[in-house]
Write a protein that binds this ligand. Structure first.
Ligand code: NOJ
Length: 712
């Protein structure tokens, strides 16, 4: 029987209560609990979330043991009336036991193939622990690094977001979602959560439909196109409409415009929060609003299981609405193969390759922001290692690390020692004993400062009002600089930190991020030249907090103050220059790349030819003129000069990362067709307009390497 027939056959045998049970997700117990077993028997639990708190990203949360997972599954399969298996979900965000960089960092790798490979590894490890479904990838576009959750997403650009969305979904779900080592993915948080006002978590958002379609939705569209099984609705409201009860978002756009066919799960307790949000009086109202909006599964607050039956009796919710939601849930369970293979046989996982991949992606994610010739360091030089992150382990894993282990994570001092042995002079990390540290540093040829932020100031409910480096770290920089030594700053951070008053005092800056299990080894490989840095920023680094929001794909001001691009920044603020400290797409290498002029095969195409599949073709040659083999990410941006609505000054439309050996020249080719030259109107219709387009191909969004083409 095909899946559709199996769904209908099952549905025809289900009571209303059993149907509602499928829409109920509850917290998984950590030990045997007869009351929970009984609910499973009665068909009242469709899914377990293996988490103990709402924002487990920064809380330790144990995983339900395999024996118990299988025991409860057995009750569902053998002792419930219809034998429908449970789907087990967990926040497996950027790693399981092996941890990869926080997603904002892995986006900086500009290497979707490697991201996909790593997310495949994650799926292998998590499924071996009984997880069927992950609440990842997080795809919230964000322009506000104060927001703690910016680290969980792909940054400020819709194209990078879409590329990473596809890579993560393919990695998690694999070629065949029914394989035992495939995880059902969940694109979240749909939609607009990244626009939380002031970067304050859980706050309201204000997003026009035009911005929604062009900036916030593309990553979700890409996830849907890649076959993502589920979507999580977001906590926020958009202009007063909570997404949890927003039919416009959950049904009209998600299903109507994006064509999503899986099921939607709420965020944690989000359905009953409709009361606090002021659109529902009681739990029954909450359930009615959410299910009628198109929200299929209710996470943790039990509002569906407690109210839907009565709502159907009262005629406020139709049984057909319930059936639709149940069909979607059953479909994913069937596609996942849970009916045939409900149990986890806990295979032993050899993590050797996973750790290698974790190191590779950490290396590719790290961004060399500054280098006044001091890097790479010689392994023979004496290096004073100083700073609060020299011995730190947990922070390197980043927020939303539930199963990675700090004690298995090498710290920076250990990693450096392994490379240069006694040439490393490890200083005390406490500013109070700075005298001792300075004494050591005097003997050193170079000082490496291990700086950064704790994972506890990133992630859910951990936003900050100031993205500056803590004062004691700034003081550390100043005092070491005063020694007259070369000072290198290695930043272990989740978000971009403000660099004003910091960058000027450092001779080199390696932005190492919270890059997972292999952070420290990867950073050392780059510092000592075993690896040539190749990361590029997927988010703008503002100079100071007051410059937020600052993002590259901004529209033009009518008054000659496009400060991002250096146009009269003095007229934007009287007290500072709001140019980026480091722009989007920026990252240095140890080698040099020289870009040739853009060659365009054709300069004009008619709109109808474009619609029929013709495309513009551009090539550019890039020569490695430096002393190292190195990878370069060549980026293509467009500007639609005159359109019916203002279009951004630059929009990334393509990139390619490739190794170029020293002395070699490589040719990069890009095609721009109908799908890349248009935009969405506020109705969500895609349109391409005639006129001139500027095409930029270069090393970051500020490149001036330009040509012009026209759609006639
Ligand atoms: C709340 C978070 O917003 C969401 O990202 C997460 O998946 C759920 N909690 C479950 O832990």
């Amino acid at each position: 029987m095909d899946i559709e027939s199996r769904i209908e056959e099952l549905l025809s045998r289900m009571t209303l209560q059993e149907k509602i049970g499928q829409l109920n997700q509850v917290k998984a117990p950590l030990k045997a609990d007869e009351a929970v077993f009984e609910q499973i028997r009665q068909g009242k639990i469709g899914s377990f979330i293996m988490a103990t708190t709402a924002h487990a990203g920064n809380d330790d949360t144990a995983i339900t043991e395999n024996l118990l997972i299988n025991k409860m599954q057995k009750i569902a399969v053998e002792e419930s009336r219809l034998g429908i298996p449970i789907i087990y979900g967990r926040d497996v965000i950027h790693g399981h036991r092996t941890v990869y960089p926080v997603p904002l960092a892995s986006a900086a790798s500009f290497n979707p193939e490697l991201v996909e490979k790593c997310y495949r590894n994650i799926a292998r490890e998590a499924t071996a622990d009984g997880v069927n479904w992950t609440f990842s990838p997080m795809l919230d576009l964000s322009r506000d690094p104060r927001w703690g959750r910016i680290i969980e997403g792909p940054g400020e650009d819709p194209y990078v977001g879409a590329t990473m969305a596809e890579a993560c979904v393919k990695g998690f779900q694999g070629d065949d979602i029914s394989n035992k080592d495939s995880l059902v993915a969940c694109a979240k948080h749909y939609i607009g959560y990244g626009a939380s006002e002031g970067g304050r978590d859980y706050h309201r958002t204000e997003i026009s439909d035009y911005n929604l379609y062009n900036y916030y939705l593309p990553a979700f569209r890409a996830a849907v196109n890649a076959g993502v099984g589920t979507v999580m609705s977001s906590f926020n409201d958009i202009s007063g409409q909570p997404v949890t009860s927003g039919k416009k978002y959950l049904t009209d756009i998600l299903r109507g415009k994006l064509g999503f066919e899986g099921f939607v799960v709420s965020d944690w307790d989000a359905v009953c929060q409709l009361k606090k949000q002021g659109v529902a009086e009681n739990d029954a109202d909450c359930a009615e609003l959410a299910i009628n909006a198109g929200l299929d599964m209710n996470m943790t607050d039990k509002v569906y299981i407690n109210n839907l039956e009565q709502l159907v009796i009262e005629g406020k919710v139709s049984e057909e609405t319930i059936n639709t939601a149940v069909r979607r849930v059953l479909k994913i369970k069937l596609q996942k193969g849970l009916f045939e293979k409900p149990y986890c046989d806990a295979p032993e996982i050899d993590r050797t390759e996973h750790l290698k991949d974790a190191r590779a992606i950490a290396e590719e994610s790290m961004v060399l922001l500054k280098n006044d010739g001091v890097l790479p360091l010689s392994k023979n030089s004496k290096v004073a290692l100083v700073g609060p992150f020299a011995r730190e382990r947990r922070a390197l894993l980043g927020s939303w690390t539930l199963d990675g282990k700090a004690e298995e994570t090498p710290n920076f001092a250990e990693a450096m020692k392994a490379v240069i042995g006694n040439n490393m002079l490890l200083s005390d990390d406490n500013i109070a004993v700075l005298d001792n540290s300075i004494a050591r540093a005097v003997k050193a040829d170079v000082v490496v400062l291990a700086l950064g932020e704790s994972e506890k100031v990133t992630g859910e409910a951990y936003s900050v009002s100031d993205i500056s480096l803590p004062k004691n770290q700034v003081e550390l920089i100043h005092r070491y600089k005063a020694l007259g030594k070369k000072v290198v700053g290695v930043f272990f951070c989740g978000r971009p930190m403000a660099m004003e008053g910091v960058a000027e005092y450092l001779d080199a800056i390696l932005y190492a991020w919270h890059a997972g299990s292999e952070t420290a080894n990867a950073a050392c490989n780059i510092l000592f030249g075993d690896v040539v840095p190749s990361g590029k920023t997927a988010v703008t680094f503002p100079k100071r907090t007051g410059h937020i929001p600052m993002y590259y794909n901004v529209t033009s001001s009518g008054r000659k103050v496009d400060c991002y691009y250096g146009e009269n920044p003095q007229n934007c603020y009287v007290d500072s220059y709001p140019t980026p400290a480091f722009p989007f797409g920026f990252g240095l290498s140890y080698t040099e790349f020289e870009y040739g002029e853009i060659v365009s095969r054709t300069n004009e195409i008619t709109l109808s030819d474009l619609k029929n599949g013709k495309s513009f073709n551009f090539t550019v040659s890039v020569k490695n003129t430096g002393d190292y083999d190195g990878k370069e990410t060549v980026q293509l941006y467009i500007r639609d000069k005159i359109a019916s609505v203002m279009r951004p000054l630059r929009e990334l439309k393509a990139f390619e990362k490739r190794l170029i050996n020293k002395g070699d020249t490589e040719t990069f080719s890009f095609q721009l067709g109908y799908d890349k030259l248009g935009f969405y109107t506020e109705n969500g219709d895609y349109t391409v307009e005639k006129g001139e387009f500027e095409i930029y191909i270069g090393e970051n969004c500020l490149t001036t390497n330009k040509t012009t083409v026209e759609i006639i």
